[in-house]
Design a protein around this ligand. Structure first.
Ligand code: PLP
Length: 372
């Protein structure tokens, strides 16, 4: 996981010109919106935008009014889903300053996703500049109440109007931002998880370790089944044997044993390499937990929960931070984990991570980068 580029001052490659929104949201309305935060429903006044062409490369760096795009109906993304995205957050500290968490790791992963989807790589400094340039104009949209943040969504897609199946020659990169409260309504409460039946998220050689929209489109039907069974999230098993835990629709998963050891599925190429996952592993190890990245079967988790050998299960990701899992269900089993309550290790690691993100603890790892 690369954080070094974040420490370097971004180059002035691609300075963003600002086209100010002529009618930004009035301050009183913005304050009202920031006092009633949901997830991903409200957007700031501007967005960053860069266009790539095969002949000219990246150009026309701008921060422009947030608003609908004009897209040709033949735009390749609408037909062949050549698209990737990222997710990171800007946090407002108590002193009013605004910080990012490991943004260079997102920029690096964006480029890994780009390579897999035959999209052009975006220089890390352009990615970081897009974030700092947008925050320079929309800083007032970073909320200050507890557990809130400004969720940043960089994405890139094939805009070329062409129906042939090949990598597009015109690509748009955009960054939009959305002030957010907790991902799951009701704050930090254990979530129920449905184990996907007959559906897999990714297979060997597929796009499971890329953050591309198609992965999420394929997860929607099993996610709907999870809702239908009273669960908030779906857990995917491996495509080869349907035995091993992979990840949730939008989070990585950890298992805490009674003896204090912690396990998480190893990176096989079919799961997303979460930045929260890597950070949680580091934090756990530094608190003297033994962390093992390995194959974990659903059967052994259920047996472990039933015998008491497994004390906690939690999920983690940028959006939901660290979230306790209170129940694991499918037609074959339905088990309550830790009596359906949040476990101590889960909440301890959640606190350690959020204390760094919100500036309440020393950032001994150099993970935070100040933007405003
Ligand atoms: N797995 C999937 C499928 C995701 O969409 C995400 C969210 O980005 C994660 C895991 C967690 O990744 P991160 O911690 O980098 O947000």
């Amino acid at each position: 996981m690369v954080d070094t580029a974040a420490a370097q001052a971004p180059s002035n490659a691609g300075a963003f010109r600002v086209v100010a929104n002529p009618s930004p949201m009035p301050e009183a309305d913005r304050e009202a919106a920031l006092a009633d935060l949901k997830f991903g429903t409200q957007f700031t006044d501007h967005m960053a935008h860069i266009t790539w062409t095969r002949d000219g490369g990246w150009g026309d760096y701008r921060v422009e009014p947030y608003g609908p795009l004009t897209l040709d109906p033949a735009a390749a993304v609408l037909h062949y889903a050549q698209e990737i995205f990222e997710g990171l957050k800007a946090y407002r500290w108590a002193d009013g300053s605004v910080w990012l968490f490991r943004p260079a790791a997102n920029a690096e992963r964006f480029n890994r996703s780009a390579r897999r989807m035959a999209l052009p790589e975006l220089p890390v400094e352009d990615f970081l500049n897009s974030v700092t340039s947008l925050l320079a104009v929309d800083n007032a949209w970073v909320p200050g109440v507890e557990e809130s943040s400004l969720y940043l969504r960089p994405f890139m897609f094939a805009s070329e109007a062409f129906l042939g199946v090949r990598p597009a020659h015109v690509i748009e990169y955009l960054l939009i931002a959305s002030p957010v409260g907790p991902y799951f309504a009701g704050g930090v409460k254990p979530v129920s998880i449905w184990v996907a039946q007959g559906f897999h998220r990714a297979g060997p050689g597929g796009t499971g370790d890329a953050k591309c929209g198609g992965n999420y489109a394929a997860s929607l039907l099993p996610q709907q089944q999870a809702y239908d069974h009273g669960c908030q999230q779906v857990l995917f098993l491996d495509a080869r044997e349907s035995r091993y835990l992979e990840e949730l629709g939008g989070m990585n998963v950890f298992v805490v044993r009674r003896d204090g050891s912690v396990e998480t599925p190893r990176l096989t190429g079919t799961i997303l390499e979460g930045i929260t996952r890597a950070s949680v592993i580091q934090l756990l190890e530094d608190q003297n937990f033994k962390v093992v990245e390995k194959d974990i079967t659903a059967d052994e988790v259920v047996a472990g929960v039933e015998s008491g050998d497994i004390a906690e299960v939690f999920a983690c990701g940028t959006a939901a931070v660290v979230t306790p899992v209170g129940r694991l269900a499918c037609p074959d089993f339905d088990v309550a984990i830790n009596g359906g309550e949040a476990g101590d290790v889960t909440m301890r690691i959640r606190k350690a991570l959020t204390d760094i993100q919100y500036g309440r603890a020393d950032d001994t790892y150099g993970w935070m980068q100040r933007v405003v």
